[in-house]
Design a protein around this ligand. Structure first.
Ligand code: BG6
Length: 493
């Protein structure tokens, strides 16, 4: 099976922060892979912008090194890389000073009718300044879009400042607020699973679902990102965006069509139906954790504090929480969310736990009947697994066993699983906003998150320590077990 590519018109793709970590690890490799797939028209330009004084040639050399470092050897070839280099250009700009902007603008004005995307992969405090300059230089035309990378603020007020500043220059339908989780194949497959099959949707409600679990586990630590992370913490870094978006896609009503307005309207309804967690409830329904030293994959690793600087910190690297959606479909069905760094494995999944059968006709000798579970694995080994009860084969009476009906996409489809950024970057070029966050969604997410942080502060809720390489603090196990449920472990089937 081959994957299809949809052709696009020639475009200029400008990356502010063109030599930064995101550009090197994700943006340039993704553009390269789209180029290899024949999706980037030859006249298109990818223009890196940053404070480093580099020539086009030096930028190309850096880009080639980044591709080599971040792509598997089997997709990186010298020939493809050389071809890709021809699309790359560079402008040396300090966005806070006027030097260099005129030359930059002249280069873009040389192709006035092209689709023009500005990807802001810089510190968010610069978003407003960059937008202002682009406006002043008349670079914002009809076929222009701007992409805003997270973090979009650190609370509702700071998010509003950014959105106001960018909104003065770009209209809402030109603003692509990226959450790369929405570009992951399995996340989009969740839409297909729910809305292209009749099997699940009639059962997708409180009459048949007992609870939902969403886990986004990482085995890596904060690494070199301590400066940013220590001010953010897992709640803002992961829950406010990625996990909440997964909740929305799992819980939303069927949109009338797979189109930006319709999808985002439905997600917003979920965000607005999330039961607030405040000072009164925060200790009962949330758990904070911070990793200590331990071992991951058999390798000793330092604790968070030693990794960042050695100074005490009360930033959480793990969060578990129970959230409720106050609407007809989900009343009484808790969503348990957890995410953390330095957990035993990189494993992200959504587990839909159905209710058990109302009565067993088989008697005690058949063994217990486990509830069906639909497990949507985001990474690694993207796929979908449905656990079913069947009769254990062979003679000896009726004994029931739980078996997985397993579809691992890599085995089913012989195509490379694209990186989330590949899909999202091309959606930007095509002007398709469906998988991007609208301003009101971001605001609603912060409105739900801010009281949790405030509650932690007022109640002095400190993170529990957990050893690196474990599944977080024991309090997170207690959080779900208090309700008579357990976190799903992958070897359970
Ligand atoms: C980013 C967070 O948004 O997502 C990181 O800032 C995190 O802290 C990353 O590591 C996880 O993304 P993925 O695609 O590796 O699951």
């Amino acid at each position: 099976m081959t994957s299809q590519t949809i052709p696009v018109e020639p475009f200029d793709f400008v990356i502010f922060g063109g030599t930064g970590d995101l550009a090197r690890r994700k943006l340039l490799p993704s553009l390269f892979l789209r180029d290899c797939a024949g999706q980037i028209p030859a006249e298109s330009r990818i223009i890196g912008v940053s404070r480093e004084a580099l020539s086009d040639i030096e930028f190309r050399e850096k880009a080639a090194a980044a591709l080599k470092a971040h792509l598997p050897a089997k997709v990186f070839t010298k020939e493809a890389s050389d071809k890709f280099q021809e699309r790359l250009y560079y402008h040396h700009l300090d966005v806070l000073t006027p030097d260099g902007w005129e030359e930059f603008a002249a280069a873009l004005h040389a192709a006035p009718s092209r689709i023009r995307s500005f990807y802001l992969a810089t510190a968010p405090r610069l978003f407003g300044e960059i937008a202002k300059m682009l406006g002043q230089l008349n670079l914002v035309c009809d076929g222009c879009r701007v992409v805003l990378e997270k973090p979009l603020g650190s609370d509702l007020d700071t998010a509003n400042e950014i959105n106001d500043a960018v909104g003065k220059v770009f209209s809402e339908d030109q603003i692509f607020r990226i959450d790369h989780y929405l570009g992951k194949e399995t996340v989009q497959n969740l839409m297909a699973l729910r809305f292209a099959n009749t099997l699940f949707e009639p059962l997708w409600n409180s009459a048949h679902i007992d609870h939902v679990q969403i886990t986004v586990a990482e085995s890596i630590g904060v690494g070199t990102r301590g400066g940013y992370y220590d001010h953010a913490g897992a709640l803002r870094d992961m829950v406010q965006n990625h996990l909440i978006q997964l909740v929305c896609l799992t819980a939303m009503e069927p949109p009338s069509e797979f189109e930006a307005g319709a999808v985002r309207d439905e997600k917003l309804k979920i965000l607005r139906a999330l039961r607030p967690i405040d000072e009164a409830s925060v200790e009962a329904v949330t758990v904070r954790g911070q990793y200590k030293s331990g071992a991951v994959d058999g390798k000793a690793v330092p604790g968070y504090v030693d990794e960042i600087s050695g100074e005490e910190s009360s930033t959480e690297t793990f969060v578990a929480l129970k959230c409720e959606i106050d609407n007809w479909r989900w009343a009484g069905v808790p969503y348990y969310l957890r995410t953390g760094k330095r957990l035993p494995a990189r494993a992200s999944e959504i587990v839909i736990s159905f209710k058990t059968v109302p009565h067993s006709i088989f008697g005690n000798s058949a063994g217990p009947i486990a509830a069906n579970r639909l497990i949507i694995r985001l990474q690694p080994d993207e796929g979908v697994k449905l656990s079913l009860m069947i009769k254990e084969p062979g003679p000896g009476g009726m004994r029931l066993v739980e078996v997985p009906l397993d579809m691992t996409f890599a085995e089913t489809f012989d195509v490379r699983q694209p990186d989330a950024y590949e899909r999202l970057i091309m959606d930007v070029v095509r002007g398709n906003l469906t998988l991007f966050m609208r301003r009101d969604e971001v605001e609603a997410a912060w409105r739900w998150i801010d009281p949790i942080r405030a509650g932690w502060e007022t109640r002095s809720v400190k993170p529990h320590g957990y050893a690196a390489g474990t599944w977080g603090p024991t309090a997170s196990i207690a959080l779900i077990e208090r309700d008579g449920r357990t976190w799903h472990e992958d070897d359970e089937g």
